[in-house]
Design a protein around this ligand. Sequence first.
Ligand SMILES: [Ca+2]
Length: 292
Amino acid sequence: MRRLSVILGLVLAGCNAATVTDVDAVVDVAADAAIADAAVDAAGDVSPAGWQVKLSVSSGVSLLYSQGIARLPGGWAFSAKAGLWRTDEQFNQLVEKINPLPQTLLDQGYGHIGDIDMADGKLYAGLEQGDFSTGKQAVAWFDPQTLAFLGSHDLAQHENPCLCIDEATLIAYTPDRYHGTEIRRYDVKNGWAPLPSLTLSRQLDAMQGVDVANGALWFSCDDAVHGLYRADLATGETRQIGTIGRLTAIGTILPEVEGIDASPTANGFLHTLTNEPLQATSWVDDWLVSGP
Ligand SMILES: [Ca+2]
């Protein structure tokens, strides 16, 4: 989350929203999505290849879950700038870890945990320090059960808003810039050795979440249309496949799109996290995805 940190700072620690399926919210999202679809159509940017994304279930979760989401065996993990949580399948909180990073990393300015991902039995998180001119960011990994810090590695890139790892190849993917086309790749099992970047066929803005599955990267972006995007791993072809919606502002404050997870569950294939401080909740939206 890059916006609203002041507002979030006012939220009482320990806030736990009940897990619900909010029918009204589903209707709101559908209405918002229709508006966004019109905007997308006007831009001529919808995939002609027939990708379709449909909202399945919306669940209210703790407002503190404000950065990332990852599927774990039997439940979910969530992140905030300075927090990690583990929940069960129904988003009942099981473990909370506030300030999970060691002082040595905090001393280097790593005050921002981004989107997270589970791979090879570990929970990985992109770390970011605020001086993007240094070309130095980092990744940390944690025990997915206890959320205890296990290790970290420096990454030679400008920003690091989100990160994912292909479970099959243990190749990591992370945007070099929050707005951009270059996706850095690393060989995790070879000490995070850099690999040639993947270049997206179009720029994505406000990349808040990325996951890798089924031969593609899947992005959640806090851009003007709250877009969901698919980028082909082989070619870099990047298309908008839908919108998360939630585009109704309260005053001037829009809900903020956060991380994404791509894992098949009973409720869908994509799972996005959206933070809505003025409604005192975050949302996990499950999406059914169909394609050619
Ligand atoms: Ca994720």
